[in-house]
Design a protein around this ligand. Structure first.
Ligand code: HEC
Length: 407
């Protein structure tokens, strides 16, 4: 038997075992067979068995999966949704704990045109527009600030656009989460250029940010690297994270041009030397912490959303000191998208029902929070507008939104 055939046999034996395990875990019902055939092509059955959604969210999930190629026949879509909603219902979520306060803010939301887009990252641009990456629809969308109409720009299949950033010429740069490149869209022509990763094993390019030196810094979870793209030459340099499986994630740049990123696979926040890309890691006090995103205030203090423990964490790199604040909706609130507006912290509680937008004032150390009208269903990232408001992407509600803060 040659090596290839042996590999194939091993693969089919494994698939057979997986299918058997899935069969045991899945109750009988109309739609089960489609799930067992159409839903195990890209991943195993596990994410489905682990999930629990209401009907609306299963509908959104199936739209997402069909968008990227799950072969569910049109006439079976409804059966699959009903089967999953019945057998894998929503898991209990912590009720949102809303904190009253003096600040006035309101939240508006707009559905995006393609069902199952999973709007991932929003990006507010200097012209007042709100862009977003439609991760499962492979589009970048732009909300016109005046008409509130959304225009979509198509990217290649299986791009999975994720982090976004604009440049001074009005181009929108995107990180390819399903692929292995950074792209640049020219909204005037709708054309895009791709900058492939020098190592194809580097996938899941994640978050992008400009350095003070005109270089584009990025994180990539799969591949466990950070990197730097020179927009003049297209050259990309990579630097492995010192910790295995550290999942380099959210990224900011401080006032001295030094990028800081969080390692979502472990309990570390790290700085990057902007020239050599050498990484310095700082360990958070709790082993179980999983910092997901990162914000920075004008004093170069770093703010982390500790997704796993439900804390907002302050980190001062000058002293090495960490300070923790429990998030209002509790340990299971899953703080996620976070930013600073005029040195006040704003973030999302992505597992609270409904999701909230939380405000934390470092001066008074007081919280205030608001419910997201649609429920939000995981605000993965946020972006500050030219007016000091906050653009949000409600990934599981297929909407983008705007938090308007009365100044
Ligand atoms: C063409 C590839 C593909 C097929 C086929 C596919 N999926 Fe997925 N699925 C993905 C990818 C990619 C992700 C990971 C998304 C992420 O975490 O960013 C995913 C994640 C998920 C998740 C976790 C959801 C989340 O928001 O993290 C669930 C649940 C899921 N899939 C259900 C399904 C079901 C049900 C089917 C069958 C109808 C299916 N998948 C078929 C590619 C696929």
């Amino acid at each position: 038997m040659n090596a290839n055939i042996r590999l194939l046999c091993m693969a089919s034996a494994l698939l057979g075992a997986a299918a058997q395990a899935a069969d045991l875990a899945m109750p009988e019902g109309n739609g089960k067979q489609i799930v067992q055939s159409a839903c195990v092509i890209c991943h195993e059955i596990d994410p489905i068995l682990r999930s629990g959604y209401d009907e609306e969210s299963w509908r959104n999930n199936i739209n997402m999966m069909v968008n990227i190629g799950a072969p569910v026949p049109k006439e079976e879509v409804e059966n699959v949704i009903q089967y999953l909603a019945k057998n894998f219902p929503e898991k209990p979520k912590p009720p949102a704990v809303l904190v009253a306060g003096d600040v006035k803010a309101s939240i508006e939301e707009w559905p995006v045109p393609t069902p199952g887009s999973r709007p991932h990252d929003p990006l507010a641009t200097p012209d007042g527009a709100i862009w977003y990456s439609g991760q499962f629809a492979n589009v970048l969308g732009r909300l016109d600030p005046v008409t509130k109409q959304i225009r979509e720009y198509k990217l290649d299949p299986m791009t999975g656009p994720h982090g976004l950033i604009n440049d001074k010429d009005g181009n929108i740069w995107y990180a390819s989460n399903f692929g292995s490149h950074i792209g640049r869209l020219d909204p005037k022509t709708g054309k895009f250029v791709k900058y492939p990763m020098p190592d194809p094993k580097v996938k899941d390019v994640h978050t992008l940010i400009w350095g003070h030196n005109g270089m584009l810094y990025f994180t990539a979870q799969v591949g466990n690297v950070v990197g730097r793209l020179n927009p003049q030459t297209g050259e990309i340099r990579l630097m492995p994270s010192p910790t295995a499986k550290s999942r380099p994630y959210g990224l900011v740049v401080n006032s001295k041009g030094i990028p800081f990123f969080v390692e979502f696979g472990t309990n570390k926040v790290s700085s990057i030397d902007p020239d050599t890309l050498a990484i310095t890691e700082y360990e958070m006090p709790h082993k179980e912490s999983r910092p997901r995103r990162i914000a920075i205030t004008s004093d170069d203090v770093i703010w982390l959303s500790d997704y796993a423990r439900g804390y907002l964490v302050r980190f001062d790199p000058a002293s090495g000191k960490f300070t923790e604040y429990p998030s209002p909706s509790g340990p299971k609130a899953q703080p996620y998208g976070i930013t600073a507006v005029k040195d006040v912290i704003w973030y999302n509680e992505s597992n609270a029902k409904p999701n909230t937008i939380v405000r934390f004032d470092p001066k008074t150390e007081k919280f205030q929070s608001w419910a997201i009208p649609s429920g939000g269903k995981v605000v993965r990232n946020v972006s500050v507008t030219r007016d000091g408001n906050i653009a949000i992407a409600c990934s599981g509600m297929n909407r983008i939104g705007l938090v308007t803060i009365q100044q």
